[in-house]
Design a protein around this ligand. Structure first.
Ligand code: NAP
Length: 369
């Protein structure tokens, strides 16, 4: 599903945000604490997303839950077509993140909803005290395994190599966990399961159409494995398979709108170290244009950079918000005659330091170091 976070900037603090569900992306699916975000401790991904959302709303962000179908960049302002509306905007920041990859092996698609999943925090509780499997060797796989280890009877991580790609801290926690086993050099060839037709509705219930909906139930029962060193094949019994083999940027709706990175398939190309794409007025932030770092904190950083790039571009194009500019001028006059300085107690103002380039309500914020 194409997700687009779209900010229609009028000034740094007057923007519009459109995002299709699920809001929060990979961070929203993280049921363990976020351990690599400065200043955050003992807080889960969904809690961070909720706090960010609340903060954005307090600055006037408007959230629209719509799916972006296409962007018409042949005219200005751009037209963003969603599943239910058309939005006109002068600037767009694409921050749609990345979607889970799948193995494309027999049984994987067929058993989805019956024990095959890519989200432990969403589906893990359904396998309470059951044996489950996680496929992958990156940070996502480690986190899935750690989440599942809280409720499952056992967790087996299956990795195709003899070394995890994940960060040391997460890999160690997995390797030292008493309920997590690891199968190295092992490839999952097939997911096996059963489809059971539920008992027919009782006599007299024939008119209730809803009874037919869930007649076929699916259950994963195991995985067929091959040892990549010896070629030996085996079967492992399991009630669920969590696939955590990486992500692909959600950028297909940007094909023919902006240029893509030739070296990294699916990633939007940005100009040098900026967030500018090949088309003026469209900016890219986070996993859609970052094939290397892909952390929540680096994505948040590039989101901030994109906001500044977009705001600067709008100012240069003379597309600012008149009301915000009027307020900024008023504020500048108050600052000049010293009355605001007295009130706020003086101190360094980052917005002044930026040469008054950033206009709007936000420059009343005083930053002290
Ligand atoms: P990833 O780092 O690309 O790891 C994908 C893993 O899946 C690799 O171990 C890879 O094996 C394996 N894999 C790929 N295709 C496979 C296939 N067809 N069959 C079997 N195994 C396969 O992806 P990720 O774990 O989703 O992480 C993506 C990015 O997000 C990374 O930069 C990661 O650091 C970041 N992230 C960070 C956190 C955190 O900091 N807490 C949490 C989640 C994700 P090989 O190793 O053999 O290639």
């Amino acid at each position: 599903m194409a997700l687009l976070e779209l900010y229609s900037f009028h000034s740094i603090c007057f923007f519009q945000l459109v995002v299709a569900p699920p809001m929060g992306g990979q961070l929203q699916g993280k049921g363990v604490d976020v351990e690599n975000y400065p200043g955050l401790a003992n807080v889960t991904g969904p809690e961070v997303v909720a706090a960010m959302r609340e903060q954005a709303a307090s600055f006037g962000a408007v959230f629209e839950c719509e799916e972006v179908i296409k962007i018409d960049s042949t005219q200005r302002p751009f037209k963003v077509y969603t599943n239910s509306s058309v939005i006109e905007t002068h600037a767009i920041i694409v921050a749609t993140g990345a979607e889970s990859n799948w193995m494309n092996i027999p049984g994987e698609y067929e058993m989805r909803g019956g024990g095959v999943s890519s989200c432990a925090i969403c589906d893990g509780a359904a396998f309470y005290q059951k044996d489950v499997v996680v496929i992958g060797g990156g940070d996502s796989a480690m986190e899935e395994a750690l989440v599942l280890a809280r409720t499952s009877k056992s967790v087996t991580v299956i990795h195709r190599r003899d070394k995890f790609r994940a960060s040391n801290v997460l890999a160690l926690r997995v390797m030292e966990h008493p309920h997590i086993k690891i199968k190295w050099n092992t490839v999952v060839k097939k997911i096996i399961g059963e489809k059971v037709v539920a008992e027919q509705a009782e006599e007299g219930d024939e008119d209730d159409a809803s009874l037919d909906l869930d007649q076929e139930k699916k259950f994963v029962t195991g995985v067929v494995l091959t040892n990549s060193e010896t070629g030996e094949e085996s079967t492992l019994a399991t009630s669920a398979v969590f696939v955590a083999i990486g992500h692909t940027p959600t950028t297909s709706f940007m094909v023919d709108v902006v240029e893509f990175d030739q070296e990294h398939t699916g990633y939007i190309k940005t100009v040098e170290t900026s967030t500018k794409t090949s088309l003026a007025g469209i900016f890219a932030a986070g996993d859609v244009s970052d094939a290397i770092y892909r952390q929540a904190v680096t994505s948040a950083g590039s989101g901030a950079a994109a906001a500044l790039d977009a705001e600067r571009w709008l100012s240069e194009e003379g597309l600012g918000n008149e009301q915000a500019e009027f307020e900024a001028e008023l504020l500048a006059e108050l600052m000049a005659d010293g009355s605001m300085d007295e009130k706020a107690g003086g101190g360094y103002n980052a917005y002044d330091d930026a040469g008054g380039r950033m206009t709007g309500v936000k420059e009343s914020t005083r930053v002290e170091f």
